[in-house]
Design a protein around this ligand. Structure first.
Ligand code: C5P
Length: 402
C-alpha cells in the first residue's frame, strides 16, 4: 500500500448499510499515508454520522453543495482539484445512475463532474438491485467512461439475501485503489531539506541574515512529497506557507539548523541543503539591546558557523547528500570544487550574478554537477525546476544505491 503515501483521496459515501465499513476504510487509507477528505450524501448520514467520519479523517466532513461556509474554505471545485482520486464507497444504485447521467445535483456528483482525477466506485446494494438490467447498463456505461468499479463481492447480504452486491472489504478496496497509482519515484524514502536563510542574533532585537526567500527549498519539498517521499523541511524564517503532508521544523540560527538536521539523521535517505546558511555568527549574543556609543566605527567579532551539509556528508553512514552552490563566476568549476571538498553526491549550481534568477525570484536556471556529469537545466519556474531536480536526484540516488 506504499502507493498511497501522500495521496489525496476524496472518499465519497452514499446511502447504504455498507457505509459503516467506510469508517474502517478511512482508517486504512490514512494508515497507509493518504490524506482523506470525506464527502457524504444526505442518505449516507442516515447510516453513519459525519462526526465519526470527521474524527477518523481528521477533517471536517463535506455534505452540502451550496454551503457558503464550505465554499469559502474548501468548496466543490477545490475538492475536485485537490483530489488525486475520488473513491466512492459504498456507491449505491441511485448514485451510479445519477453519475452515469451526468447529474450535478449534490456535492458528490458535482465533484465527479469537476474532477480530472480518476473516479473509482465500490458498489454496494441488494443482489436484485445489482442484477437489475438498468443497474447493469449503468455499470457498463460507467466503465466505458473510464470509471473503475471495484467489486461488488458475492455473499450474504444485510437484508438476508445472498448474491452479488456486497461491498468489498475495506482492505480489498484500499489495496485495489492503491494499485491504481504509480509508485512514486521516492516512494517510502525519507528526505530532509534545509531551506531559507538563517538569522544570527547580535542582541535581543538585531541579527545578521540574508535575502534568501526559501522558495527553492519549499518547491523541492513539494516535489519530493509528490514523488511519495516522507519529507522533513528544516526551515529558517521565511514568508511561505508550510507544505501539507510534511514535517516542518522551524529554526533561526545555523546552530539550530544543524541540531535539527542531525536529529533522526540515521533515518534520512536523501539530504538536500538548499538553505542559505550564514557563514559567520557573532561570537556572543548581548543579553540586552546594545546601546549606541560615541565611536564612529563599531567592530563586530564573528566566529565561523558549522557547515551543515559538510557535517552530514561527513557522517560514517551518510545519506545521499545534495548541496547548492551560488556563484557569480566560474560557476561549474567552483561547484565541482565544493562537491569534492564537502563530500557531496550532487551539487546544484546557480549563477547569482544574473538578476532574473536566484534569490527571491520565482524562476531559476541551474547546472547539476556530479563527479562525472554536468547537466544544465534551462530557465524555468522554481516549481517546474524542483520537479526536474527531484527526478534527477531520485535517479542518481538509485544508481548510488545499486
Ligand atoms: O560553502 P557554500 O556556502 O557556498 O556552500 C553552499 C552549500 O552548503 C549549500 O548547499 C548550503 O545549504 C550549504 N551550507 C551549509 N552550512 C553552512 C554553509 C553552507 O549547509 N554553514
Amino acid at each position: 500500500m506504499q502507493r498511497l503515501t501522500n495521496r489525496q483521496i476524496v472518499l465519497g459515501i452514499t446511502g447504504g448499510i455498507a457505509a459503516y465499513k467506510s469508517a474502517e476504510l478511512t482508517r486504512i487509507l490514512k494508515g497507509a499515508g493518504a490524506d482523506v477528505r470525506v464527502v457524504m450524501t444526505a442518505a449516507a448520514t442516515e447510516f453513519i454520522t459525519p462526526l465519526t467520519m470527521q474524527a477518523l479523517s481528521g477533517h471536517q466532513v463535506h455534505q452540502h453543495l451550496l454551503d457558503p461556509e464550505a465554499e469559502a474554505g474548501m468548496g466543490h471545485i477545490e475538492l475536485a482539484k485537490w483530489a488525486d482520486m475520488v473513491l466512492i464507497a459504498p456507491a449505491s444504485a441511485d448514485f451510479m445512475a445519477r453519475l452515469d447521467n451526468g447529474h450535478g445535483n449534490d456535492l458528490l456528483t458535482t465533484i465527479c463532474l469537476a474532477t480530472e482525477a480518476p473516479i473509482v466506485l465500490a458498489p454496494a446494494m441488494n443482489q436484485a438491485m445489482w442484477r437489475d438490467p438498468q443497474t447493469q447498463a449503468n455499470a457498463r456505461s460507467l466503465q466505458q467512461k473510464n470509471i473503475r468499479l471495484l467489486g461488488p463481492g458475492v455473499g450474504e447480504q444485510a437484508c438476508g439475501d445472498t448474491g452479488p452486491g456486497r461491498m468489498l472489504e475495506p482492505t480489498q478496496i484500499a489495496q485495489q485503489a492503491a494499485d491504481l497509482f504509480d509508485l512514486g519515484l521516492l516512494c517510502g524514502k525519507r528526505v530532509f531539506i534545509t531551506a531559507g536563510p538563517t538569522r544570527e542574533a547580535l542582541d535581543p532585537v538585531r541579527y545578521i541574515s540574508n535575502h534568501s526567500s526559501g522558495k527553492m527549498g519549499y518547491a523541492l519539498a513539494e516535489a519530493a512529497i509528490d514523488a511519495g517521499a516522507q519529507v522533513t523541511l528544516i526551515s529558517g524564517p521565511v514568508n511561505l506557507p508550510a507544505p501539507q503532508r510534511c514535517e516542518v521544523i522551524r529554526v533561526e540560527s545555523a546552530e539550530q539548523m544543524l541540531d535539527a538536521s542531525l536529529q533522526n539523521i540515521s533515518q534520512c535517505d536523501i539530504f538536500i541543503a538548499s538553505a542559505a546558511v550564514a557563514d559567520y555568527r557573532p561570537v556572543s549574543i548581548a543579553e540586552h539591546k546594545m546601546k549606541k556609543g560615541n565611536e564612529e566605527i563599531m567592530e563586530l567579532h564573528l566566529v565561523k558557523n558549522p557547515d551543515i551539509v559538510a557535517t552530514v556528508a561527513g557522517l560514517e553512514r551518510k545519506p545521499f547528500t545534495v548541496g547548492f552552490a551560488a556563484e557569480t563566476q566560474n560557476v561549474v568549476t567552483y561547484a565541482q570544487g565544493k562537491l569534492v571538498r564537502k563530500n557531496l553526491d550532487l551539487i546544484i549550481a546557480n549563477d547569482v550574478s544574473r538578476s532574473d534568477i536566484g534569490f527571491n525570484s520565482d524562476d531559476n536556471a541551474v547546472t547539476v554537477v556530479s563527479r562525472h556529469h554536468v547537466k544544465p537545466l534551462p530557465l524555468s519556474s522554481k516549481r517546474q525546476l524542483a520537479g526536474q531536480l527531484i527526478e534527477m536526484i531520485a535517479s542518481q540516488y538509485e544508481t548510488a544505491e545499486e
